[in-house]
Design a protein around this ligand. Structure first.
Ligand code: XIL
Length: 374
């Protein structure tokens, strides 16, 4: 920016747009890992209550210490990125023959195999994440002839693309890994933080019934017994919760949804009573099963943050267990990653293991919660 006069320059209406897609693939940075074989096991301790899961990344699974701790601690996993539309949709193939793929974009599954093989070979079940989302979904999907220089595609075209995408992903998965995926996050993050529905490209092209449509297609192609979930963050906040309940009600009435996924990217200052009341309400109002799908708890600022965070994890899990005992069908709790380094928000140190896989008070808190139930 240049000016030949010495004046103040004000910039307004600045907007920044992401070009292309960005996915953070976590790395393990520790060079030495501790021996984790004598740790108590979360999946064992919680086996009478619900599954305990983690988010994975293909490049961590071939690291022995990681593979070992996942096998010992968890009986559920969520592919952290590999099942998302930007990893499944095949742009090159689609645009090479637009006529052929007009209503059914080409898909490829190379990215999911490492993680699905690992799950199958080690007896973990999988939460499929995610089918219909505004993020990590390529923009070209939403355009007429897949040309982002042109206009958005019409409703009928987008409904067909949605249906075929869901069909292709579900059918491929069931054919190649029968029974492995026990739940799908069919729609992710449809609520707008400012209230109402997010005006995503799905919303703009299909219209405000896109959630109902997505669940209808998902039910049509999901194998018998596979659970269908809606998933969102901050879904414990009163206003967001009310919006979610409003737009899920018709889906519930149509019989096309089974569960509510609480992402739960939270921090040590979030009121646990409020959070638990929200879980109770999803069950009371919609009769949905509950999964905590992406738990991580950002640390506080004080010197004693490790202990404070440990206490929080303990209290959180104690209350989850209590709610379950009182009849709220909580069927899994998944942590969003293994150690603080492989977390998507690693600078907040939100997980239960340190970089070298030594256990944090957060891990001990989760174990204590289940051992010392009231
Ligand atoms: C995150 C992944 O962990 C990152 O690796 C990626 O770069 C961005 O997405 N809500 C979701 C998850 O539903 O899919 C997101 O995962 C975290 C927020």
């Amino acid at each position: 920016m240049e000016s030949d006069r010495l004046e103040d320059i004000y910039i307004d209406d600045l907007s920044v747009k992401v070009c292309g897609e960005y996915t953070y693939y976590p790395e393990a940075v520790a060079t030495e890992f501790v021996d984790t074989s004598d740790y108590p096991s979360l999946k064992e301790e919680y086996k009478d209550y619900f599954r305990i899961g983690t988010a994975t990344s293909p490049n961590l699974l071939d690291k022995e210490p990681y593979a070992k701790i996942i096998k010992a601690q968890y009986n559920s996993m969520t592919l952290g990125n590999s099942f998302k539309p930007d990893s499944i949709l095949d742009h090159n193939k689609t645009v090479r023959d637009v006529e052929k793929y007009m209503y059914s974009p080409a898909v490829k599954f190379d990215a999911v195999k490492t993680e699905l093989d690992f799950a199958r070979d080690n007896g973990l079940t999988v939460r499929g994440h995610t089918l219909v989302w505004h993020s990590q979904t390529p923009e070209w999907l939403f355009y007429k002839n897949y040309d982002i220089g042109g206009e958005l595609a019409d409703r009928e075209t987008m409904l067909a693309r949605m249906e075929n995408y869901i069909k292709n992903v579900m059918e491929w998965t069931e054919e190649n890994y029968p029974g492995l995926v026990r739940a799908w996050d069919v729609v992710n993050e449809a609520a707008d933080d400012g209230g109402g529905m997010r005006k995503s490209l799905w919303y703009q092209t299909v219209g405000e019934d896109y959630i109902e449509q997505a669940f209808m297609f998902a039910r049509k192609y999901a194998p018998e017994g596979t659970k269908l979930f809606y998933n969102d963050y901050n879904s414990y906040q009163t206003r967001k919760q009310n919006d979610i309940i409003t737009f899920l009600r018709p889906v519930v009435e149509a019989g096309n949804i089974d569960g509510m996924g609480m992402q739960s990217h939270i921090n040590v200052n979030i009121n646990i009573t409020l959070y638990m009341a929200a879980l109770q309400k999803y069950y009371d109002e919609l009769g949905l099963e509950i999964n905590v799908t992406e738990l991580d708890v950002c640390r506080g600022k004080g010197d004693n943050w490790q202990q404070e965070q440990g206490d929080y994890y303990k209290k959180f899990m104690s209350e989850i267990l209590k709610l379950r005992k009182n009849g709220v069908p909580i069927t899994s709790v998944t942590l969003w990653g293994i150690s603080d380094t492989d977390s998507w928000i690693s600078s907040d140190y939100p997980l239960i293991f340190n970089d070298d896989l030594s256990r944090k008070p957060a891990f001990d808190g989760m174990i204590e919660a289940v051992k010392n139930q009231e």
